[in-house]
Write a protein that binds this ligand. Structure first.
Ligand SMILES: NC(=O)c1ccc[n+]([C@@H]2O[C@H](COP(=O)([O-])OP(=O)(O)OC[C@H]3O[C@@H](n4cnc5c(N)ncnc54)[C@H](O)[C@@H]3O)[C@@H](O)[C@H]2O)c1
Length: 317
């Protein structure tokens, strides 16, 4: 029996040929997202009626969509964060939800390191001014000997800590459910959130986006940070009050910040945050590597096949 898999993650044919081939070899017809962006409710409702499974990007998957998807058995999230999926509503309708935990951790960790150095050395400004023919040799700062604090010590944070070892920094981490074994193995000191904020020269957020972590980084917490520190967010925009971040940059409390994720995505040039000095920005691109697309393409396809064939898929939430 042919089953229909709706893929709303973008670039599927181009970058996930192995995952697509795996689905097709297992009797699945693949319907792709041709819009190159998250699909709207209307676009989903035009396609979801026949879908047995979904490989989901960051479109909104809530009970309104489930109500018009009578065949849907599994949503395999093409990524880690499931804040765009109402997991409880899915469970109530016997729709399994999986994610690709760990599948993009290396890519996000590498971009995070890149953003730390970009912010500390002003690489984007140097690039822009050099290309304009200027010879502005701005003076930056080094990472060696600094303290890097990570809020959240899960998959990605642990990879960041591992990569940071070579930079000869001290790493602090805060986690509600701390993994002491991983921290010991990586030479990371587990501390409370206030200690991360007050002791670190660079603070990275690696928390999940949950109601309890919404705007975790607010004006009070930016005020607790060291003067002249740097702030990096490659996790989720909802973790940060952007107005408070802008103010921390404008007043010089923070020397720099780098962010990949925004309160509202896609963001645009009118975002007041972009007026702040010392800000490095990327468009939610931390996981966007060929390697990630390939591995998550296979991982999500296998989860769909397992769920449709009655086996327990990996990373079932
Ligand atoms: N920018 C991107 O493209 C991109 C890509 C992948 C993941 N992410 C985001 O990065 C973040 C980290 O992802 P991960 O794969 O490492 O997740 P993870 O689940 O492995 O780690 C999250 C950690 O946070 C801890 N935690 C949960 N609730 C907490 C709370 N209230 N207070 C303190 N700690 C808490 C957990 O114990 C866990 O160790 C997530 O927000 C994810 O959505 C971003």
């Amino acid at each position: 029996m042919t089953r229909t898999v709706l893929v709303t993650a973008t670039n599927y044919s181009r970058l996930c040929s192995e995952g697509k081939a795996l689905l097709e070899a297992n009797g699945c017809r693949v319907i792709e997202n041709d819009f190159g962006r998250p699909m709207t409710f209307q676009e989903l409702s035009d396609r979801v009626g026949d879908a047995d499974a979904v490989v989901a990007g960051v479109d909104t998957w809530n009970d309104d969509v489930f109500a018009i998807a009578p065949r849907l058995k599994v949503i395999s999230r093409f990524g880690v964060g499931v804040d765009n999926i109402d997991v409880e509503a899915a469970r109530a309708r016997n729709i399994k939800v999986t994610n690709a935990a760990g599948g993009n951790a290396n890519a996000v960790a590498e971009l995070t390191i890149g953003l730390i150095i970009s912010a500390m050395r002003g690489i984007p400004e140097l690039h822009a001014s050099t290309r304009k023919g200027a010879w502005d040799r701005f003076v930056g700062e080094e990472l060696i000997g600094r303290t890097v604090g990570i809020l959240g010590f899960g998959n990605i944070a642990q990879k960041i800590a591992k990569k940071l070892k070579g930079f000869e920094v001290k790493v602090l981490a805060y986690d509600k459910f701390p993994n002491a074994e991983a921290a010991n193995a990586l030479g990371v000191e587990l501390v409370d959130a206030d200690t991360v904020l007050t002791q670190s020269d660079i603070v990275c957020t690696m928390l999940p986006s949950l109601p309890e972590t919404r705007q975790f980084m607010n004006a009070d917490r930016f005020a607790m940070m060291k003067d002249g520190a740097y702030f990096i967010n490659t996790a989720r925009g909802a973790l940060v009050d952007e107005t408070a971040l802008k103010s921390a940059l404008d007043t010089g409390k923070l020397r720099g910040a780098a962010i990949d994720v925004y309160e509202r995505e896609p963001t645009d040039a009118t975002n007041p945050l972009f007026q702040a000095a010392g800000l490095v920005t990327t468009p939610h691109t931390a996981a966007e590597t060929y390697e990630t697309y390939s591995s998550i393409g296979v991982l999500t396809a296998q989860a769909v096949i397992d769920a449709l064939e009655g086996r327990e898929p990996r990373n079932l939430l």
